[in-house]
Design a protein around this ligand. Structure first.
Ligand code: PGA
Length: 240
């Protein structure tokens, strides 16, 4: 239970000034269990810190004429070790689809960047008790061509869409059952173990309880990752 990760997804929240303050408070923290994913334009500001870094999105293509995109090679120039793929905001606001997630994950694996692949059901699917079915499809549609040697290099983030940024969180029993289900699916299909994170309205107030869920391997934290003090306290809770 002591080895849970915290992955901070700072979305598009921070300014350069905010980043400076954030780094002053937390920049010296060096831990495999603590990963910060800032807006890409600020990755350079993190180069003199000890923090482990991730990127919030990458281009599915290696290089070339892709206006506005960031390649995995460019991200690696800034010590990026993780990439968030398939976040529900990418799915809903930028219409990203499975084919793109497949390409991005394959590229990450080739370049030895750890993909953090996000899956999760909507409120409507949750209310209709379709969560397991939806998650299974999201997983298999994207990961079907990944071979079993590679699958354990992927981290899965279970993020119910209705819990992201809303203050709503499933019960510990619900999260545990779903994470166990995801791990079973991977085991059955690939005979491998994967790490599964939970994300959706995780904060300093609820992390104490959430960390007692033994099946989960960590947390993907959005809104609460803006505040370095709160994030540091959350990390201390998770590793204690
Ligand atoms: P939240 O976001 O913590 O603000 O709910 C989590 C996420 O989107 O990864």
């Amino acid at each position: 239970m002591g080895n849970k990760k915290i992955v901070a997804n700072q979305k598009m929240y921070m300014t350069r000034e905010d980043i400076g303050r954030f780094i002053n408070i937390i920049g010296s923290l060096s831990s495999d269990q603590f990963i910060v994913c800032p807006s890409s334009i600020y990755l350079n500001e993190f180069q003199d810190t000890n923090l482990h870094l991730g990127i919030q999105n990458i281009c599915p293509y290696e290089k070339g004429a892709y206006t506005g995109e960031i390649s995995i090679g460019q991200a690696k120039d800034y010590q990026v070790q993780y990439a968030i793929i398939g976040h529900s905001e990418r799915r809903s606001f930028f219409s990203e689809k499975n084919e793109m997630f497949q390409k991005k994950i394959e590229l990450c694996l080739k370049e030895e960047v750890t993909p953090i692949f996000c899956i999760g059901e909507t409120k409507e699917q949750y209310e209709m008790h379709k969560t397991n079915q939806v998650l299974k499809r999201q997983l298999f549609d994207v990961l079907k061509n990944i071979d079993s040697k590679q699958i354990s290099k992927i981290i899965i983030a279970y993020e119910p869409v209705w819990a992201i940024g809303t203050g709503l969180v499933p019960t510990e029993q619900e999260i545990d059952a779903i994470v166990v289900y995801i791990k079973q699916l991977i085991k059955q299909e690939w005979n491998q173990e994967v790490e599964v994170l939970y994300g959706g309205s995780v904060n300093y107030k609820n992390i104490q309880k959430l960390k007692t869920i033994s099946s989960i391997d960590g947390f993907l934290v959005g809104g609460a990752s803006k505040d370095a003090g709160e994030l540091l306290k959350m990390y201390e809770v998770v590793v204690s």
